[in-house]
Design a protein around this ligand. Structure first.
Ligand code: FES
Length: 145
């Protein structure tokens, strides 16, 4: 009998807020779904479209990008840069035919372990409903991505 689909979620998180928030989730023993793989960035200002593409190309079914709340970025404005890029990413994803429902942008602070767990559960459930992201492999094959 085939195993039920379990989504692979890649999370790009900033070191100072969301990574610490995810750590707090663990030290607070808050349970959440184990589908997440975290990639720690110094700041969400580091996010770029190629990172999202690479994650999908390597089998991610969904992606979370999360960092400090507005005005809390440790590099002053990295999260504002990320937010601006996010708007460009949406246009690029739409142009390329990438399913934008599979990418979630969020702010989670170092004190929001509960919010991190809720975010992971919400995204995992949503992506589970969408199913495996095999469409992206088709885009790669067509030379679009
Ligand atoms: Fe967290 Fe910039 S350091 S978003």
């Amino acid at each position: 009998m085939a195993k039920p689909f379990e989504p692979k979620i890649t999370a790009f998180v900033c070191n100072w807020c969301t990574y610490a928030g995810a750590d707090l989730t663990g030290t607070s023993r808050i349970k959440y779904q184990p589908n997440i793989r975290i990639i720690r960035l110094p700041c969400t200002g580091r996010i770029d479209f190629m990172l999202l593409q690479k994650a999908f190309a390597r089998g991610a079914d969904g992606i979370i990008v999360s960092g400090c709340h507005p005005n809390d970025c440790h590099y002053s404005s990295g999260n504002y840069h990320a937010r601006r890029r996010w708007m460009v990413f949406n246009d690029l994803m739409e142009f390329m035919g990438v399913d934008g429902r599979r990418v979630t942008f969020s702010w989670v602070s170092a004190a929001e372990g509960t919010k991190w767990a809720a975010l992971v559960n919400e995204v995992t459930d949503a992506v589970r409903q969408l199913g495996p992201y095999t469409e992206y492999q088709r885009l790669i094959g067509a030379g679009v991505a």
